[in-house]
Design a protein around this ligand. Structure first.
Ligand SMILES: Cc1cc2nc3c(=O)[nH]c(=O)nc-3n(C[C@H](O)[C@H](O)[C@H](O)COP(=O)(O)OP(=O)(O)OC[C@H]3O[C@@H](n4cnc5c(N)ncnc54)[C@H](O)[C@@H]3O)c2cc1C
Length: 316
């Protein structure tokens, strides 16, 4: 443990669109924010080649490029952007304590949590290969569905989100094949019925992905197996969507902040406040519904404004 404890007015954990937007607002409000980037500087968008739906980029932009611009914008106003992983917190007392890389201890007047969430994947080698190549594997229909319009795609998943994403894709794609591992949906009846009643969605029950097929650059199909009969067959497709859930990056906050049953931070509706005074949340760490860069940025702004108002009220 280090013997020097740093005192910080506003600590921001995470460097996705939420964290950098919070940093832009907090630095312009003279809160001298310190932002820890974590192991994924720039956040989830650094794993995608094309972002076409963030306002202000009429020709689209690559995820890494956009995130470097957000970082530069935050630094322009003095945000202190640092390497480092927050390993532990203690929000039980009056002072909010945070440890970075298990060594550095920081005492914070306010903390803005922007640690995001990670999409779950099946873990197949072929899936990961085309994901890394940006060649047709995606965990976000709203983000990437547009690239597959008038094409045939496959989606894996059986919950409400999977149904919502399959339905979204059905409006863009000629055919959507939905792979459901069991003999029924996990989704609510209303969501499952919506999918069942959509003409261009074919549902294959008891079906699992064996391999994502491709030509070495892009996805060309999916090899699937019926887990009852053992039969395999190939489905032609240019896109492979995985909708089996997300894991919010909130483990370190367990016991200090109210989380829902899947680990998302519970915020006071309509604000970024958590159940702990002076601790705010923004972005995907609290959002299992929208999960978009622009909504993450919007809540990053809210968190900085809420933190600023909290400090102003405290300072009288
Ligand atoms: C492949 C892909 C493509 C996408 N395409 C689009 C798109 O086109 N348009 C769109 O709007 N959205 C898109 N999204 C969704 C978008 O990326 C997310 O909604 C958005 O990035 C969420 O922002 P965030 O700031 O909440 O968190 P994230 O971007 O998830 O960032 C989280 C940050 O927290 C840091 N962190 C986590 N834990 C710690 C810790 N303990 N200590 C320090 N730092 C920590 C990480 O290093 C990271 O920097 C896409 C997502 C994916 C995966």
């Amino acid at each position: 443990m280090s013997d020097t404890i740093e005192k910080v007015k506003c600590l921001i954990i995470g460097s996705g669109p939420a964290g950098y937007t919070a940093a832009i607002y907090a630095s312009r409000a003279n809160m001298f924010p310190v932002l820890y980037q974590g192991t994924q500087p720039g956040g989830q968008l650094t794993t995608t080649n094309e972002v076409e739906n963030f306002p202000g980029y009429p020709d689209g932009v690559t995820g890494p490029e956009m995130m470097l611009e957000l970082q530069a914008q935050a630094q322009r106003f003095g945000a202190d952007v640092r390497d480092g992983w927050v390993t532990k917190v203690d929000f039980s007392g009056d002072v909010h304590k945070v440890w970075v890389n298990d060594t550095k201890e920081i005492h914070c007047d306010t903390v803005i949590i922007s640690t995001g969430a990670s999409a779950k994947y099946l873990g197949l080698e072929s899936e990961q290969k085309y994901l890394k190549l940006g060649g047709g594997v995606s965990a976000c229909a709203v983000c990437d569905g547009f690239f597959y319009r008038n094409q045939e795609v496959v989606i894996v998943g059986a919950g409400d989100s999977a149904c919502e994403e399959a339905h979204y894709l059905s409006k863009l794609c000629t055919k959507v094949t939905m792979l459901v591992r069991r003999d029924e949906f996990r989704a609510s009846k209303i969501m499952a019925n919506r999918v069942k009643n959509t003409e261009n969605i074919e549902i294959l029950y008891n079906t699992e992905t064996e391999e994502v097929l491709g030509d070495g650059q892009v996805v060309t199909g999916v090899k699937v197996k019926n887990n009852v009969s053992g039969d395999t067959h190939e489905i032609p497709a240019t896109g492979f969507f995985v909708a089996i859930g997300h894991k919010p990056n909130t483990d370190i906050f367990k016991g200090f902040i109210d989380l829902d049953e899947t680990g998302y931070i519970i915020n006071v509706p309509g604000s970024s406040k958590t159940n702990v005074d002076g601790v705010f949340v923004s972005g995907d760490a609290a959002d299992h519904v929208y999960r978009q860069a622009v909504t993450a940025a919007g809540t990053g702004c809210m968190a900085a404004l809420d933190a600023e108002r909290y400090l102003a009220a405290k300072e009288g």
